[in-house]
Design a protein around this ligand. Structure first.
Ligand SMILES: C[S@@+](CC[C@H](N)C(=O)[O-])C[C@H]1O[C@@H](n2cnc3c(N)ncnc32)[C@H](O)[C@@H]1O
Length: 418
């Protein structure tokens, strides 16, 4: 089942469970009227405001408050699908790493630890990812941790439903064991799986849960996150962190990435960075820059309708992420004679040249292609999207404001969008 198919099925399931029968009938005929959607659109607009402009109030008052009122539906219909595609994108990148994909496909038992799980967004994406990777039977243990009881209940319901949908299309079944826990992320001792998890998810939770902590302010690792990586992550597992693509939240997560790598030398960066070591963007770029990727997708019908009622735009999802592992694997495995550069900026066109911000093994810099150097061999420089990796067959040369794409360099694009 593709992500698109899953999200369509999920949307109809939510509509049948949470909207009136008349609204469902209209949904099935193609479009819900404005009258049906107005209260939901209002809640989506409020929740979007909570997550952006009023973010501080949300974190300082009571994170997860939105699970107690109409914003719960806003989360389920609008934010769940948007966060699902982000998690699915991050997993797709992991799945394109051939040895990692083989290693996962050979396993028959998986453990997922989903902290700040909300409605189980990241676990749902992980289930879909594993189902596509492994046609043979497998078992998944999922520890679902959230401060909001409504959120964990929703996660349990949706994960059971998702497994039923997946199994309906499979010869060999997926079995599931869910361990929901209502509580604070910081109470790690109470939910750490023995032997560690294959997937530890912190998806859009750090900015809510740990906003004011002294460690985060100073760029250190909160004690519970230390315990989580030391004891909660299996030797061949991955820590998957997603945060909103906002200046403050992304830069705090960039500092956390650095602090985690410094604190525990057994951890290595899988993605998005081309190499270990301190974040090159933090070290070398002005404070106004923050690392994020952009993913273009086709939102399901209700998300699109809610977008047009609220003025939100879901088609391009921007987000910050990083993935840490202990086994030395990297999304951009070294290739003899080629250097990898993650695209972290949009194409800027200027007279006689095009530039984009890229992050490589030893620096984060504006990479310039002069118009006179345009060739079919370097066409991917112009076509690439934020989040792609550009592989260069020749090292770029220094320029006053960054680097110059060598005129004879071949450029290959490692993209997740086919
Ligand atoms: C923005 S939602 C993210 C949900 C889901 N992971 C996703 O990506 O869609 C943040 C979730 O974290 C939960 N949360 C926030 N702070 C928390 C904390 N300190 N401990 C446990 N859960 C927390 C909230 O209740 C909410 O469900």
């Amino acid at each position: 089942m593709t992500s698109d198919d899953f999200l369509s099925q999920l949307e109809r399931h939510l509509a049948s469970r949470l909207l009136s029968s008349e609204a469902l009938a209209r949904y099935d005929r193609g479009r819900l009227g404005k009258a049906f959607l107005a209260p939901l659109a209002d809640a989506v607009a409020r929740l979007s405001n909570d997550f952006t402009r009023a973010r501080r109030a949300l974190t300082e008052a009571a994170s997860g408050d939105y699970w107690r009122d109409a914003r719960r539906l806003a989360y389920l219909f609008h934010f769940l699908p948007r966060n699902y595609v982000k998690a699915a994108w991050v997993l797709t990148e992991a799945g394109r790493h051939a040895p990692l994909a083989r290693q996962l496909a050979a396993k028959s038992r998986f453990v997922i630890l989903d902290i700040g799980c909300g409605p189980g967004t990241a676990s749902l994406a992980t289930l879909g990812f594993l189902a596509a990777l492994r046609p043979a039977a497998f078992h998944v243990n999922i520890a679902l941790v959230d401060a909001a009881p409504n959120a964990t209940q929703e996660a349990v319901e949706l994960l059971r439903q998702a497994v039923a949908w997946l199994n309906a299309e499979r010869r060999e079944a997926i079995t599931l064991c869910l361990a929901p826990q209502v509580g604070a992320a910081a109470q790690v001792e109470s939910y750490l799986p023995s032997g560690g998890a294959d997937f530890v998810w912190l998806s859009n939770v750090l900015n809510e849960s740990d906003h004011a902590s002294a460690e985060r302010q100073s760029g250190g690792v909160p004690a519970w996150v230390k315990t989580l990586t030391r004891e909660g992550l299996a030797a061949d597992g991955g820590l998957y962190v997603i945060e909103p693509a906002l200046h403050e939240t992304a830069r705090a997560a960039m500092r956390l990435r650095d602090a985690l790598l410094e604190d525990d030398p057994t951890l290595g960066i899988f993605a998005p960075c081309a190499a270990a070591g301190p974040c090159r963007m933090l070290a070398e770029r002005p404070a106004r820059d923050w690392c994020h990727v952009a993913l273009t997708w086709k939102p399901p019908p209700l998300v699109a309708q809610l977008d047009s009622l609220t003025g939100l735009r879901s088609q391009v999802q921007k987000f910050f992420y990083f993935v840490l592992r202990r086994d030395g694997k990297r999304a951009a495995e070294p290739r003899q004679g080629w250097s990898p550069w993650r695209v972290v900026g949009d194409l800027q066109r200027e007279k006689g040249r095009e530039k984009r911000l890229v992050c490589g093994v030893d620096r984060c810099a504006l990479l310039t292609r002069f118009k006179r150097d345009r060739r079919p061999e370097n066409a991917p420089f112009g076509d690439a999207e934020r989040g792609d990796i550009l592989w260069l067959s020749e090292s770029p040369a220094p320029l006053a404001d960054g680097l110059r794409l060598a005129p004879g360099a071949r450029v290959e694009r490692q993209s997740l969008i086919e």
